[in-house]
Design a protein around this ligand. Structure first.
Ligand code: HAM
Length: 421
């Protein structure tokens, strides 16, 4: 039996990889414009980081992590997201003593053992940003506006930015008390996991994916109705700044997010993918995360964009650029002698930025031309003994089949003009 890629994973083929590069470049551009710099961190971390960061009672930690013991007996987990690792990196490298805020971005793969329908993968990719050190609502607006402008810069205008506030530990006490009462009264309808959550962390019931729990959660008390004065005024300012930043948004009191570290502002950006509304971006403020994983009391806020979903959306809306033609030029060889010259010409062309391949299979000239045509080269260069003796080569336009004799010393200039480089 043939071995296939594991369920929930995806190979990226040459006909798709240019799309990945396109969105990655766009994301890097917007990060640069907003002053964010790239960080890279390991694919796996000690499991404890996610238990303490993402939260013991979340779906991610309870059901979805790829966790194993390494050969030294340590519990290791493939990262299910990037925020906890970035916070760990921030602490480990002493960023707390540098000027605040610190702005980081990352492009990562992430791993969650999830059902694989509806735009969910087991290995997926995220573009993320994290901003550490600012309590100000200006930062919330900046972070949301970065995502909003990223999406609009690539032509997506059918997105919806949904924002909410889930309060801080102060106002959450009263909220959680009420939530517990509500769910206790309906406890017979909750799933097994949510029964356990009822005592430890009833807020997590709100993002349970079981149908029965979802139905009860629909009428549960909402955090936005319990905000303390500080959280209320923070949320009010975020909205004002978003208005000034010309970000269109809606307040959605049902957003709670599936990770434990959030405080105050949370948001999701959704868009219609196939026949469903899918979250293409999620994020929020996490003022206690750094402290929870062993650092000083330093606030943070960030977001992550799902790359697979983003590409599905761009494809669906016809917003992907045309695939660039690679390679542009084929250098054909006729006989052993011409091979040396072919290497020389290919070197010259590549030096001028022209994507060039040479014959590597020892085929007849006719087969070489067929190959050059199939791989889409715009021009072929043909050199045999006669041409070498005269210091020239034949250049064949693969579309029109017309041929011209060009002096080898002029070949780069000739092709640069033809290829409009
Ligand atoms: P998240 O909402 O879990 O947040 O993930 C962010 C985005 O990643 C989602 O909106 C979705 O587009 C994509 N995503 C998540 N799971 C999958 C999956 N199984 N398959 C495909 N795409 C997926 C976080 O990960 C937080 N770390 C975001 C954040 C950064 N909050 C603060 N800073």
């Amino acid at each position: 039996m043939k071995i296939q890629a594991p369920k929930g994973t995806k190979d990226v083929l040459p006909e798709e990889s240019y799309m990945w590069q396109y969105v990655e470049n766009k994301f890097r551009e917007i990060c640069k414009l907003y002053g964010y710099q790239e960080v890279r961190f390991p694919t796996f971390e000690y499991t404890e980081l996610f238990q303490r960061g993402v939260g013991e009672t979340t779906d991610i930690v309870q059901k979805e992590m790829y966790t194993f013991l390494d050969k030294g007996g340590r519990s290791i987990t493939l990262r299910p997201e990037g925020t906890a690792s970035t916070a760990r990196l921030f602490i480990e490298h002493g960023f707390a003593s540098r000027p605040m805020p610190q702005r980081f971005y990352y492009i990562i793969s992430a791993f969650r053992y999830e059902n694989t329908q509806g735009g969910r993968f087991r290995e997926f990719h995220q573009f993320g940003i994290e901003n550490f050190g600012s309590f100000s609502p200006v930062t919330d607006a900046e972070v949301i506006s970065l995502a909003y402008n990223f999406f609009t810069s690539i032509g997506l205008d059918n997105i919806t930015v949904n924002i909410n506030s889930i309060g801080c530990p102060v106002c959450r006490k009263e909220y959680v008390k009420n939530l517990k009462e509500y769910f206790s009264a309906n406890s017979q309808k909750l799933c097994h996991t949510c029964h356990q959550r009822l005592d430890k962390n009833p807020m997590r019931i709100l993002d349970c994916k079981e149908e029965g729990c979802k139905l009860i959660a629909k009428d549960a008390p909402k955090p936005i109705d319990y905000l303390c004065d500080d959280c209320k005024s923070h949320f009010g300012s975020v909205k004002t700044y978003l208005d000034s930043a010309k970000v269109l948004y809606k307040v959605d009191p049902f957003i709670v997010r599936g990770l434990d570290y959030y405080t105050k502002t949370v948001f999701e950006i959704v868009a219609p993918v196939s026949d469903k509304e899918l979250a293409i971006c999620g994020g929020g403020r996490y003022d206690n995360l750094i402290e929870q994983i062993g650092g000083n009391s330093i606030p943070g806020i960030g977001l992550a964009i799902g790359v697979e979903r983003l590409l599905m959306l761009l494809e669906q809306n016809g917003l992907l650029p045309a695939r660039p033609q690679i390679p542009e030029v084929f250098v054909a060889t006729v006989g052993e002698n011409s091979l040396k010259k072919a290497f020389e010409i290919a070197r010259m062309l590549r030096f001028e930025g022209i994507s060039t391949v040479i014959e590597e299979m020892g085929r007849s000239l006719k087969s070489q031309m067929k190959y050059a045509d199939k791989i889409g080269c715009q021009f072929s260069i043909i050199i045999g003994d006669d041409e070498i003796a005269k210091g020239v080569c034949k250049v064949r336009n693969m579309k029109t089949s017309s041929e011209e004799i060009v002096e080898i010393v002029n070949i780069c200039q000739y092709l640069k003009e033809k290829l409009q480089k």
